[in-house]
Ligand binder design. Structure first.
Ligand code: GLY
Length: 351
């Protein structure tokens, strides 16, 4: 079993192994909870039930709550229902939430834990590649409003993350493809060995790829939980990526949009002389080999630009981009002109 430590004010561990879900009960018992709400997505009812059994075996009263899949599960209506469940079941400050599912389950379950009685413990059991290497680690929780994604949320770190490697081999292809974007991102921003392993064939290396990617994320959030500096690098590719997701009304998968976003910032960095052509080609080669898109649509740059002006990273009216100045090394561009961005977009589309 691999164990990745996340440091900071409230340290916790990420367990990566086969059948880690059977360790959740012991962890929740260690936390001193008497009850636990298992927030899960509907297709994961069987996993949720086996965790419920494990909780019972550890003298914890389990309650199950199914939440809708994907972004539909992150609404105020769902939050309100979950708060009602906790209220009816008499959850106290000592009790806990266990999330089982993809990023929407960890975001929403984490948010419920962050807000119930001003914060109770949460343990995550991420079941998608994206949630394993990104959403479940780092304490970001969130909910969507009519105005956008993740506009409401809190930093609330889990007390443990349990990654069951067996699940990776059962995920649908599109989940693997989309989750690979965040994994590849951690290679470009911090750990080039991830890129080598991807090129050798990701399916031969899932355990090491997941462990390395989690280690990158853990290292970053250990140093900067609240995104006051370093954590921003985890948003590599996300500035254009979020604009694409908004334009597509969230019908595009997050990772697919981030893949195009990484391609775009690679061209932006190339134009500034921060990286050379070979690094741009490496983006294209690895992303395409993973089945991810590396281009979007012609004639929509102005609309995407408008979307990028609304990015959370922006400061003083400037769009801020995380870019590479080498493989595994990041810097920022915050003075790019609209024409410079357009040129990068067109180069990405044309190459
Ligand atoms: N997904 C980016 C972050 O956790 O900061």
């Amino acid at each position: 079993m691999a164990v990745v430590d996340v440091c900071g004010p409230q340290p916790y561990q990420v367990f990566i192994d086969h059948d880690t879900t059977m360790k959740v009960g012991i962890r929740v018992q260690e936390l001193g909870a008497r009850k636990a709400l298992i927030v899960h997505q509907p297709p994961l009812a069987a996993v949720a039930r086996s965790i419920a059994q494990d909780l019972e075996n550890n003298n914890i009263e389990p309650h199950l709550a199914a939440v809708p899949d994907a972004e539909d599960g992150k609404s105020i209506a769902v939050a309100s229902e979950l708060w009602d469940v906790l209220g009816r079941a008499g959850f106290s400050r000592q009790d806990a939430v266990v999330t089982v599912g993809g990023g929407a389950a960890t975001d929403m379950g984490g948010f419920i834990a962050a807000t119930w009685m001003r914060g109770i413990d949460v343990v995550h059991v991420p079941t998608t590649l994206l949630a394993m290497v990104d959403a479940a680690v780092g304490g970001k929780t969130g909910m969507n409003t009519a105005e956008g994604k993740n506009l409401v949320g809190a930093f609330h770190e889990p007390k443990g993350v349990f990654i069951d490697l067996e699940r990776v081999y059962t995920l649908p292809e599109e989940e693997i493809v989309s989750g690979s974007a965040e994994l590849i991102k951690t290679g470009f921003i911090a750990d080039p060995k991830i890129l080598d392993l991807f090129q050798e064939g990701a399916s031969r290396h899932w355990p090491e790829l997941i462990e390395r990617s989690v280690a990158v994320k853990a290292g970053v959030v250990s140093e900067d939980l609240k995104e006051s500096g370093l954590r921003e690098i985890l948003n590599y590719g996300h500035t254009l990526g979020h604009a694409i997701e908004r334009r597509e009304q969230y019908r595009w998968r997050h990772g697919n949009a981030v893949a195009v976003g990484m391609m775009f910032v690679a061209y932006l960095a190339l134009q500034r002389g921060l990286i050379d052509e070979s690094v741009v080609s490496l983006h294209r080669t690895i992303l395409e080999a993973a089945g991810l898109p590396t281009r979007y649509e012609h004639g929509v740059f102005d609309e995407l630009y408008e979307g990028m002006t609304r990015d959370k990273k922006n400061k003083n009216g400037h769009i801020r981009f995380v870019v590479l100045d080498g493989i595994g090394s990041c810097t920022r561009i915050e003075d790019a002109t609209k024409e410079e961005m357009r040129a990068a977009y067109e180069a990405m589309m044309g190459d």
